[in-house]
Design a protein around this ligand. Structure first.
Ligand code: ATP
Ligand code: MG
Length: 241
């Protein structure tokens, strides 16, 4: 990003109005070459506002994970524009992109991705690794976040001593401990039973209200759809109207 970067287009006015937190325009992403090439995203234009609780839905292969990876700056589009807080990332260095991702984004994955040899509180603390604060403060913040997700009594349990739902709560605490502006969750309920899945949705919605974080969650789970403030439906790499 630089000081002269352009502003997000369309429905955002120049004075006195806020930009969307994230804006994508005409994003395309393909994989492979020649006849085997797959157009995973085929012109995605999308605005995400602060505090939204969005579902990305669509059949397997429709492009949900690809879109989440691009939204979360884990992968790059082939073409199109990406704006964060009204600023383009066109020409931004890798370092700028990485620091934006570390500062503002959190991630929750289907398979939890916890470090098995570390306790719950150490897993959450890992997200504060680069944060400029003393070890005691990191421990305190990680413990408080685990308390907030209902695991205050499980700080020293390792992942294999926790249920799937509890492990996913640790993953949510890890994603939230730096108080990111956005959390991207790829099928976070896929390995959970119905009660844990609903519990996780309630937890994310509570966190959204308490911390003001926006959530963008890909899901196949039709039971959960009425929990979201907005549903973005994908098919063949395009957003359905
Ligand atoms: N790294 C990759 N290499 C090649 N093709 C890929 C790669 N990643 C995704 N694709 C292809 O891009 C398309 C979109 O995949 P994506 O993983 O985004 O779908 P999805 O909607 O997340 O599916 P699912 O619900 O099964 O997770 C698919 O056709 C997939 O095969
Ligand atoms: Mg996927």
């Amino acid at each position: 990003m630089n000081a002269h970067s352009s502003c997000a287009p369309s429905d955002v006015g120049p004075i006195g109005t806020t930009f969307p937190l994230l804006a994508l325009t005409e994003i395309k992403k393909g994989f492979g070459e020649g006849e085997g090439r797959v157009q995973a995203l085929d012109g995605i234009t999308l605005h995400i506002q602060s505090g939204e609780f969005c579902a990305l839905s669509g059949p397997s292969g429709s492009g949900k994970s690809t879109l989440l990876n691009i939204l979360g700056l884990l992968d790059q589009a082939d073409s199109g524009s990406y704006f964060f807080d009204g600023q383009t990332l066109k020409g931004a260095s890798e370092k700028t992109v990485r620091s934006l991702r570390q500062k503002h984004f959190g991630f929750v994955f289907q398979s939890f991705n916890l470090v098995q040899t570390l306790s719950a509180v150490e897993n959450v603390e890992m997200a504060l690794f680069h944060a400029p604060m003393k070890a005691g403060v990191k421990r305190k913040q990680a413990s408080e976040m685990l308390d907030l997700v209902g695991l205050g009594e499980r700080l020293n349990h390792r992942p294999n001593q926790l249920s799937g739902g509890q492990q996913q709560r640790v993953a949510v605490a890890r994603a939230l401990v730096r108080q990111p502006r956005l959390v991207f969750a790829d099928e976070p309920t896929a390995n959970l039973d119905a009660a844990s899945a609903f519990g996780l949705m309630d937890l994310m919605d509570d966190m959204r209200r308490q911390i003001g974080t926006s959530f963008i969650t890909s899901t196949h789970d039709n039971r959960l759809m009425d929990r979201f403030s907005r549903i973005i439906s994908l098919e063949d790499g395009r957003i359905l109207p």
